[in-house]
Design a protein around this ligand. Sequence first.
Ligand code: AMP
Length: 629
Amino acid sequence: MADISEVRSVLADLGIARELLHDEARLRAHLGLDSVDLSELQLELAERFGARFDPWDGHDPTVRQLADLVGAGEAVARAADAYRRCGWWRPDLLDQLVLDTRTHPGHREALVGDGLTLRRAELDAAVSGCAARLVEGGILPGDNVLVQLPNQPRFVVLVLALVRLGARPVLAPPALRAHELGPVLSAARATAMAVPGPPHRFDHLRMAEGLRERHPSLRTLIVPGRGDPARGHLGLDACTGSGGTAAVHGPRYPADTALFLLSSGTTGAPRLIPRTHEAFGHVVRASAAASGLSPETVYLAVLPVAHGFAFGHPGVLGALARGGKAVLGTPGDPAAALELIERERVTHCALTPAVARQWLTARTAHRGRDLSSLRVLQVGGARLDEDTAARLAEVFDCRIQQVYGMSEGLLNLTRLGDPPEVAFTTQGRPASPGDETLVVDDRGRPVPDGETGELLARGPGIITAYHDGSETAAFTPDGFHRTGDLVRRHPSGGFVVVGRVKDVVNRGGEKVPAGELEALALSHPRVHAAAAVPMPHRVLGEAVCLYVAGGADGAPSLREIRRFLEGAGLAPFKLPDHLVELSALPLTEVGKVDKARLREDVRVRAAREGGERDGGCGRQPPDADGPCG
Ligand code: AMP
């Protein structure tokens, strides 16, 4: 099977400039736009790889990707042209958009957290200084660097510094573990990884050292404190400390990948989502406008800032881009969040429905706090029910804005002027005027308005491929992203999310791919069959119920299987909340596990076992690292 580096070397031999080769978006545009002789490319590929496979046959993902690149090149280039003409894609780079000190004065406060306040000019200087120190430490333009840091100003400084020097940060929430991060490091060929510090309950450094042993590309660990070059450790304190020399960066282009987000994945490990400066910049701008962000905005991030929602949808980047201030709070501590709102005069905050419910409880215990600055509570990541929406609006005396989006780029929001019946019952409409959406049946045909179907989306903020062209089934041949969500259109023009076709449990906003959990559970010697389904849960919305069939010795208990999965490096939020042992799992006519029956069974169990009280899970509180805090 051809390796992408081999294919790249063919392209290099054909005179395609080196800097294009590690940037898929520019390569696509180039192939579509420029004078590359595509037949020559085809011949060369056939000659180099033809003995092993037919390059245009589509069996090899790398070559299929190239075939797609060539085939789709013109359409992509046409779309890119239109996006630029309409002003949706602009020439500024992401760090320039966010740190602009020409439009927004440098003396204004920009970033608060960890007892630190940075003004815009200070933040800009810290980013430049950090970029320079990273280069001294061996991080180069074109490097992919996994950043797994909690909500701290250092996260923002490091990420923007990497962007500024032309390296690509891969944003990974601290809740992820070796099982998820291993494949991400491989796919990214990451050369460095930033590791959270000791206050975290889990020994991230040990995990990172273990990952480094297994991933030869990973040379450097960016660690808290001063670092020890002899151990390949670069000190985060020194890198992100105040001051610094002039910005260091090579040639950068708006169509370059600025950073990678991670998809929550539907089958296995998270996928790398390349976000170019111009496409991600568009998402930041469009969502910031739809959220009413301005220089007066004080945005509080209490969801993990490595996730798209709190990062750039519109999140911290949106607040900074509009000249406002971002405050970084710790996930999982509603009382501390209310204190921050009072102290920093917070105007905007993003929550998942699970966290929103915790806030309602916390507000009762902290009635004395002055939260009068709060203007907008954005709620997304999972479906918000109408009752909770109405209670939030009343208790916090602010607008409720529903946000239904995904890291792949489609972002829907209700608008601040929407009447309550729209704001409370729909999940919003696209932030971008350039987004095209289709609601289709299982054969891909559009359904009449108001009927349920899968949502497909294409637009200036939405990717048309994952990194290295993996999971091509997630895109239609004409470039629509298949969201995997079942929606219907509301007369207001927005969407109502009614379910999903993808096999995922949405645990309080954290996505648990069923297939991944099942495959790992099956590696337990006493599990012969496994199926994960969502179980109704009062706070989380959905919890994870694992059905297992064991052999003669019986299946492991919930505690045993959790310990086993944790030992295999699975993120804690993916561990099953509930276990049901059956002698055999029900099967469909074609011999697949009958998940519809299991979903019905778990619903009945949840109701019977007091599920409406605690989801029938009756176990530990949600992981403090995750959105459900
Ligand atoms: P992620 O890429 O991790 O942000 O997950 C995106 C997925 O979360 C979407 O495809 C939906 O399945 C789900 N999701 C996000 N926001 C909402 C919402 N407001 N209502 C219902 N589901 C949502």
